[in-house]
Design a protein around this ligand. Structure first.
Ligand code: TMP
Ligand code: MG
Length: 221
């Protein structure tokens, strides 16, 4: 039996990624939506505390490693579902891991980052190290939009990282870390309705998934 496909939806905070990821999951069958961070696991609970409580003290390197450890908590489940032929839709994954930490490297604003040495945060090899060996997405769709539009969206500003100046850095960092490959697509969602974006993403999945070699085992990062 051919394996399933690993489809990653990445994007900035409030880019509509979770809405789109659930919709795509409902259109694919059999399918499972997996969201990172998964806040229900032992490590995910710590991450939730870190994101929602700005005085929770955790240095940037530790926070980075926790986000990766949270992906490892789901590693066996991802392999097992793919081997059973499931489409897995990921709502954030390794590129969020890289982009958000890299954005802290030279960011001075308050409330985002810990003090102390930030040398490692600018070192892509260091950042990617803990994710090495995780399953590599077959297709990545990155949702982007104008910063002014993001800050107007509902709920923006509730959690750590949700500030306009930091999101601007995150956007630049995503564009830097996303591989320039045909199976990594950047989709500008600005000014489009939810339905228009869904249709665009669906068309991309249909055209790209034909080229995914599901008789070969899933590649690893
Ligand atoms: P969420 O809003 O999609 O639940 O994600 C929570 C925040 O965590 C969001 O600001 C992005 C950030 N994040 C990281 O910093 N590193 C990671 O590896 C992941 C998956 C998310
Ligand atoms: Mg968020």
């Amino acid at each position: 039996m051919p394996r399933g496909q690993l489809i990653l939806i990445e994007g900035l905070d409030r880019s509509g990624k979770s809405t789109q990821a659930s919709y795509l999951t409902s259109k694919l069958s059999p399918s499972k939506l997996i969201k990172f961070p998964d806040r229900t696991t032992p490590i995910g609970k710590l991450i939730n505390e870190y994101l929602t409580n700005k005085s929770f003290a955790l240095n940037d390197q530790s926070a980075h490693l926790l986000f990766s450890a949270n992906r490892w908590e789901l590693n066996e489940e991802i392999h097992s579902l793919l081997n059973q032929g499931y489409f897995i839709v990921l709502d954030r994954y390794i590129y969020s891991g890289l982009a958000y930490t890299l954005a802290k490297h030279d960011f001075q604003g308050e409330g985002v980052s810990s003090g102390g040495s930030k040398k490692q945060l600018g070192d892509i090899d260091w950042l990617l190290g803990p994710d090495k060996g995780l399953p590599k997405p077959d297709l990545t769709l990155f949702l982007t939009l104008d910063l002014q539009e993001i800050s107007k969206r509902k709920g923006f500003g509730d959690e750590r990282y949700e500030m306009e100046q930091f999101q601007a850095r995150v956007k630049q960092c995503f564009l830097k870390v996303l591989p320039k490959e045909d199976n990594v697509q950047i989709v500008d969602v600005g000014g489009k309705t939810i339905e228009q974006v869904s249709e665009e993403l669906w068309n991309l999945i249909v055209s790209k998934s034909k080229h995914i070699q599901t008789n070969n085992p899933i590649e690893l990062i």
